[in-house]
Design a protein around this ligand. Sequence first.
Ligand code: HEM
Length: 399
Amino acid sequence: MSSSLPPYVLGRPADAPLDPPPLFTQLREGRPVTRVSLWEGKLSPWLVTRWQDARAVLGSDAFSSNPELPGAPNFREGASRGPRGFFLSYDDPIHASMRRTLTREFMVRRVDALRPAVARLTDELLTDMTDLVGSVDFVEHFSLPLPWLVICELLGVPYSDHPFFQAQSKIFVDLKATAEQTVQARQALTAYLLELVRAKRVTPGDDVITRLAQQADAGVITDQDAADMGAFLLLAGHETTANMIALSVVTLLHHPDQIPYVLGGPDQVAGAVEELLRYLSIVHGGLRRTAVEDVPIAGVTIRAGEGVIVPVHVANRDPGVFTTPDGLDLERANARQHLAFGYGVHQCLGQPLARAELQVALPEIFRRLPDLKIAVPMKDITFKQDTVVYGVRELPVTW
Ligand code: HEM
């Protein structure tokens, strides 16, 4: 039945690697709620591409994020949702009870206190990078280590162990890994975190894992929940931000006339970061849900048991909300209405941290390296075309 449907494609056009696929743009204009084919036609979930409709889906409790429901439009067949500490895959009330144990950690004021540490790490990484000569991989030397260092500092995880958890995390996000490999990677990571939760009881620190261990002592959660949430934060907190930093650099170097705006002080950089989040919308695998009751969306009835994919990179280019949506305009007044962090109960918990990292790092990069250049032509940059979260695999730069 679904062989004639357009497939859901990851990736961006080779000739316009910062834009969504033209087919999705056409669908948004002509058939804003339409079926697409997944798993080589075995499943045909709905694709919801307009901003307003995307918010309606993500803001409604008629849609579940449980990937184990029949009809769930997962990235691969046979996906399991894992333990409840990975609460993105759970609905309320379990989702709310897990998320609540972390909300204080990500409050804007709490995260703002981390800005000096982010600035120090940014400075150290840029100093180390500029000690190197020739063309240097910006991903290896800056955009990947910065979020790792920050999330380790926040959680109280020793950064020296990062080769281990970076390896597990690579398997976890690899869509070509088997279901078994994914589960093994997750379990290795949570076993490591479980040991850390217990160690923090003996030697507490001023960090998230220590406070989760205390909540476990108080009976609010279990040790396993604390370990699972720690692993979930490690995974959620680095790859996304790393990709966003590197792609923002690519984008700004492609629009050099807009770089001075990023250097114009905290208000300007805050606005610029929102526009970069909108423009790039890196979670281009789409946010995935399954209807648990019949719901009308833009005149189409989505039936209970049917899957929905919300491609935020397409919704964030909706001309009904953003004027000249395909242009980068760092001064755009309503950029913050973007859905790059999702919307509704699952809206990104770490967004204040992601914003802080981008707001600190981007101006510092261009202030320190006014002659920063990508060492290869745009067509030779290796973009991550087949991953849930868009980014660059490496970015050779000179300065
Ligand atoms: C630029 C960087 C980031 C982007 C673009 C991003 C994007 C997103 C999106 C789109 C969602 C919603 C997924 C859905 O509804 O299906 C999400 C959820 C989440 N993000 Fe982020 N994220 C970023 C950084 C971070 C960081 C730094 C952390 C933590 C340190 C984090 C932790 C989480 C968590 C825990 C959730 C699940 C929330 C829930 O289910 O209630 N993210 N993120």
